[in-house]
Design a protein around this ligand. Structure first.
Ligand SMILES: [Zn+2]
Length: 236
């Protein structure tokens, strides 16, 4: 008897566990209201530029009735309801043919499916077809654009600063190491504590802070001691 009760308990545990997993999966398909501004920004920035205006109309309609309305990513909708919801512009091409709007909707739904923006789920019923809508972060073409955008928005390195071997500490050390800490004038052995950098072509004559215009120098040989008043030299 006790064994049987234990078996039932184990079974119940297993059922509970599988239900918990299912819950977790459904949670992942719903959205927090605070995520919406970012989702909408991503749609405008990364989806809108890669699909046609008609496709965009359909996407917004499905988005409005799924993500915005119910908080999940599924919507059962007929081509007729879509054509009506999107407006009269589909019909203006051919007022004689009332099916034209629906035909255009069907064509655009197909191209959205090919692009991986929406996905058909199961059979079509009288209420229409069940679609799953994807968000930009799940759509391949959008993901590619997002990646490029992220690369572009990286802080760019100022090439002048990058080539500044005078003011950037790591770059100064590279000059000292290149020169093996020897003064370029008197050949005195220096250390990183007493080595200075001298401009081969002085700044006053248009010399810059590039790798080739700098040399390791001892304090006494440094030409800036001669061209700059001593007080300025100490201050800098
Ligand atoms: Zn020297």
């Amino acid at each position: 008897m006790r064994d049987e009760i234990k078996k039932i308990r184990d079974l119940l545990d297993t059922v509970e566990e599988s239900l918990a997993i299912k819950d977790e999966e459904s949670v992942r398909e719903t959205f927090d209201i605070f995520e919406l501004p970012q989702i909408i920004k991503d749609i405008v920035d990364f989806l809108q530029p890669v699909i046609s205006p008609y496709e965009m109309d359909i996407y917004w309609f499905i988005f409005r009735h799924s993500v915005l309305e119910t908080g999940d990513v599924f919507l059962r909708v007929s081509n007729g309801r879509l054509a009506k919801g999107i407006g009269t512009k589909f019909k203006t091409f051919d007022k004689q043919n009332s099916r034209f709007g629906e035909k255009t909707v069907a064509e655009n739904l197909r191209s959205l499916e090919v692009l991986g923006v929406i996905m058909k789920f199961g059979d079509t019923t009288r209420e229409g077809t069940l679609y799953k809508i994807f968000l930009p972060e799940q759509i391949q073409v959008c993901k590619e654009r997002m990646k490029i955008h992220q690369l572009d928005s990286l802080p760019s390195v100022d090439p002048r600063k990058e080539q500044d071997y005078y003011n950037i500490k790591e770059n100064r050390l590279r000059i000292f190491e290149r020169d093996e800490y020897l003064c370029y004038k008197c050949n005195k052995q220096l250390t990183r504590f007493n080595a200075t950098l001298d401009h081969i072509q002085p700044v006053s004559e248009g010399g810059d802070n590039s790798y080739d215009n700098l040399a390791t120098s001892c304090f006494h040989c440094n030409s800036s001691r001669r061209s700059t008043p001593i007080s300025d030299f100490i201050a800098s």
